[in-house]
Ligand binder design. Structure first.
Ligand code: ARG
Ligand code: ZN
Length: 869
């Protein structure tokens, strides 16, 4: 059942226009479609039958050019409507019915609390009507919606409203026209009762547009930041890429039941409430940051995704990698570039690197899939963005912008491939991207090894760099940004032998061979090489540096990313050595040099509190597990905990001081400065709670009660949720009482308990499933409990296998409701082979129990099948 990239053929038919009439009644939607169909002149074979995609539809009638087809003239199965004899050009009319209230998959047209919503990417449009549901079929859409006025006051679809009116029986209708041809996955419609926040906007060239944010009734006071973010993103895209809004009206609709983060439907973005709703007392700084980023991301898709779209789903990274790169750059400009980069790389290592090392590993442009929904992955999105970033690094800002301009000039209005993108970049810049293109077809994380030798007599520093991906094939082109840090902590000006041009203190080396040497001259003292500055390529680096070298970089490197990175590498070494010591029953050692370097971070924290907070964060347990041959989650947890506690005890007064000093006064704002202070302050609280004595608990509980914003509230609550003190249940109880009517806040309450590292967390999670507020059908709620639990290192990977068995049962239960969400949960098993034999046996049993469940979806089937190999 796998679909292969190499099997691509152009569609047999094209559909120039789509006219939909949607009639919403009690428990039923009736969709009448009129499609202008013609044979594709570019099709391989001119006699092919017409095959339309359609799922979960009841076909009422079908007609060609006004003549109803008799039963023998077409066939219908679970996935298709086939018409053997089709003319060269014709109008196809079909009437279908289904019940949106019974659609728990949340794909296609479905009901949520306040009305009816759609999600079509990747293949949801076929759950609305019969269609050639693939992105290289682009059509002009007209949509008329009819529904009860009282229950569904807003009737929305892509484009512009061109007519509306009243109907008998308290009903009304609205007609929408989208002037832009689009693929079916960008179709959207909404029939709902919502509140509306709207504003005018004038684009750089003077075009007037109406911006609208629709939210659940009563929540207008949580819509302002999303609107603010939208306007900022629009200005940014004008300034940085010269891209303007091309619509008269841009709508955002927030819905509480949504499978993903958000969706870039043309002119009618539909969002998970999580990425729209925010108020200082309900949303954390991190939530605000996420809203800013996702609103921008979906808006940016209007050009990178919608104006130029994907030829087929193997090209998904064409729009996603590029749009993630754009939202990352936007965030870097709006907040702190260094902190944004650190967070992106931390996520890449926590999610994408493990994915690339496990059974679901695939190239950023996959070459096969069973269920496309399984390929909305960290690899396609985040590693895809790294590939774009490498192109940006190799070309430079101006040539990259020229490449983007050329890409739009060539491909506006088309459905294209990743090769079309890299070709435009290469043609506009003259930079040879042949080696860079290989990144699109190779799975796995490359390993880069670097060794430096200093020749004092020759005043030369020779760097030998190698790459390997362990699967043969030609080497990749890897941009390796390097600097040389002198013994005084100052960067040495770089001069490559045989290269007349001086190149400042950071230089991007082109690693194109399996092994290469770079010789720097006029190096007046033995330097410490600062390698892969800014994380210039998504690789695992073995830099061959000593602890002393790393401590030097941690304190002096002019590249903030590498200053942070040096601290992470050191902490990783200490924790992994601690793991071995604990297993051997020996005491864990924490080198003084490291502790002193941490002290220097604290002492200079006021220069950049957000950055200091990042430096104080120890590597995640998931990232540490990846570094071990056989991961030992309990030992990792214990060693990490001990390191944190030791630092906390050593600097207790300084952490207490920072906690007081970085208090933010005045009205709440989620800006980088205020958020950075809170982040350092709460990192300090986290250290104090690593001691978890009565003083720390009292301070945290006091903070919990004093806090006036959700950032500080959650920081305190999360600390208490990991603490055995009596304050824990008191705080959790108070929190639920206060917030039980705010769904997104209740999610935080569930999540804090499900991710606790206290013993008995699994029992707690099981009892949470019986809580009246728990609902398996709501993706946010399911994720707050199940996916959150499955992401914990110690409890999911419990040695007795209880964590695995529990999650396996939930995957099966969820699969009957919503295969996409179930399949994500099943991904928790990805790294099962990284654990010891006992755990592996439990994981295998759990995976097999999923595989043998009756009526398993292809979504979960593919993930579990790959895991079992
Ligand atoms: N295009 C959307 C976005 O990144 C996400 C769609 C995800 N679709 C899915 N089937 N998982 O912005
Ligand atoms: Zn996207």
């Amino acid at each position: 059942k796998a679909v292969l990239l190499r099997d691509y053929t152009p569609p047999a038919f094209l559909i120039d226009s789509v006219d939909l009439d949607v009639d919403v009644r009690e428990k039923q939607a009736t969709i009448r479609s009129r499609l202008a169909v013609r044979r594709n002149p570019a099709a391989k074979d001119a006699a092919q039958p017409l095959v339309l995609d359609g799922r979960h539809l009841e076909l009422v009638s079908v007609a060609i050019d006004g003549r109803a087809l008799a039963p023998g003239e077409y066939t219908v199965d679970e996935d298709h409507l086939r018409i053997a004899e089709a003319p060269a050009a014709f109008t196809l009319e079909a009437v279908v019915r289904f019940d949106p209230w019974a659609n728990t998959r949340l794909e296609g047209f479905y009901a949520s609390k306040d009305g009816l919503f759609t999600q079509c990417e990747a293949q949801g449009f076929r759950c609305i009507t019969y269609f050639i549901d693939r992105p290289d079929v682009m059509s002009r859409y007209t949509v008329t919606l009819h529904a009860g006025r009282e229950r569904f006051p807003h009737l929305l679809a892509n484009g512009n409203q061109v007519a509306k009116g009243e109907e008998d029986g308290e009903r009304h209708w609205a007609k929408w026209e989208d002037p832009f041809p689009k693929p079916s996955y960008l179709f959207a419609m909404v029939a709902a009762k919502l509140d509306l926040l709207e504003e005018g906007f004038v684009t750089r060239s003077g075009r007037k547009a109406l911006l609208q944010v629709y939210v659940e009734p009563g929540k207008i006071d949580q819509a302002g930041f999303a609107m603010h973010a939208l306007k900022k993103a629009m200005r940014w895209d004008e300034a940085v890429f010269g891209l303007e809004l091309d619509l008269e009206r841009f709508m955002i609709v927030a819905v509480g039941d949504f499978n993903m983060g958000a969706m870039e439907n043309k002119g009618l973005n539909i969002f998970n409430t999580k990425y729209i709703l925010a108020r200082p007392d309900t949303a954390t700084d991190y939530d605000y940051y996420g809203i800013d980023k996702v609103v921008a991301h979906e808006y940016f898709h209007n050009w990178t995704g919608n104006r130029v779209t994907c030829r087929d789903w193997f090209q998904l990274t064409l729009k996603e990698g590029l749009t993630v790169f754009r939202d990352q750059e936007y965030s870097a400009d709006e907040y702190s570039r260094a902190v944004a980069r650190i967070q992106d790389v931390r996520d890449l290592r926590a999610y994408q690197f493990p994915e690339d090392a496990g059974p679901m590993a695939h190239p950023v442009r996959p070459d096969s899939y069973v269920e496309i929904n399984n390929f909305y992955t960290a690899t396609v999105y985040e590693k895809g963005a790294e590939v774009i970033r490498m192109i940006y690094t190799l070309l430079g800002r101006e040539p990259f912008r020229k490449g983007m301009d050329l890409y739009f000039e060539r491909h506006d209005g088309q459905a294209v491939t990743c090769d079309d993108f890299t070709q435009a970049m290469q043609d506009a810049s003259g930079v040879d991207l042949s080696g860079l293109r290989r990144w699109y077809s190779r799975a796995g994380t490359p390993r880069v090894t670097a060794r430096g030798v200093y020749d004092e007599a020759a005043q030369a520093f020779t760097l030998t760099v190698g790459q390997s991906l362990g699967q043969g094939g030609e080497p990749l082109h890897i941009p390796l940004a390097v600097g040389l840090v002198g013994p005084d902590g100052v960067d040495i000006p770089l001069r490559l032998e045989g290269d007349a041009a001086a190149s400042g203190t950071t230089r991007v080396l082109d690693l194109r061979e399996a092994e290469q040497q770079f010789r720097f001259v006029e190096v007046t003292a033995r330097p410490v090489p600062s390698l892969l500055r800014g994380f210039s390529a998504p690789v695992v680096l073995d830099g061959g540096l000593t602890d002393a070298d790393l401590t030097h970089l941690m304190t002096h490197d002019s590249d903030p990313f590498n200053r942070w990175e040096a601290g992470q590498v050191l902490a990783t070494r200490i924790i992994l050595a601690g793991v071995e010591a604990l297993k051997a029953g020996k005491p864990m050692e924490v080198p003084t040099a490291y502790v002193e370097a941490v002290g220097r971070i604290l002492a200079s924290a006021s220069r950049d509190p957000a950055f200091a907070a990042e430096c104080l964060a120890l590597p995640d347990e998931a990232i540490l597990a990846e570094q071990m041959e056989v991961a030992d989650p309990d030992a990792i947890h214990e060693a990490r905990r001990r390191l944190k506690r030791e630092i906390a005890e050593r600097y207790r007064t300084r952490f207490e001081g920072a906690f007081r000093h970085f208090t933010v006064t005045g009205p709440y704002s989620p800006d980088a400065n205020a958020a950075g202070r809170r982040s350092l302050r709460n990192a300090s609280l986290g250290y104090l709670m690593a001691i978890d004595d009565s003083t720390a608990r009292a301070l945290t509980f006091l903070e919990y009660r004093r806090a006036e914003n959700m950032t500080d509230t959650m920081a305190a609550l999360e600390c208490l949720a990991n603490s055995a003190g009596a304050e824990r249940e008191r705080a959790l109880g108070m929190f639920y009482e206060k917030w039980k009517d705010e769904a997104l806040v209740v999610d935080k309450w569930f999540r804090a308990q499900a991710t606790s590292d206290l013993p008995k967390t699994l029992d707690r999670v099981k009892s949470l499933l019986a809580h009246p507020a728990f609902d398996l059908r709501n993706p946010n709620r399911a994720r707050a409990v199940l996916h959150a639990f499955a992401g914990t290192a110690v409890h999911f990977h419990a040695a007795d296998g209880e964590g695995y068995r529990f999650v396996a049962e939930q995957v099966v239960a969820l699969d009957r409701i919503n295969p996409q969400i179930a399949s994500r949960l099943a991904r928790a098993f990805d790294r099962w082979k990284k654990y010891d034999a006992g755990r592996q046996a439990h994981a295998r049993g759990a995976l097999e129990s999923i595989r043998s469940a009756e009526g398993l979806s292809s979504d979960v089937g593919e993930v579990v099948g790959r895991a079992l190999g």
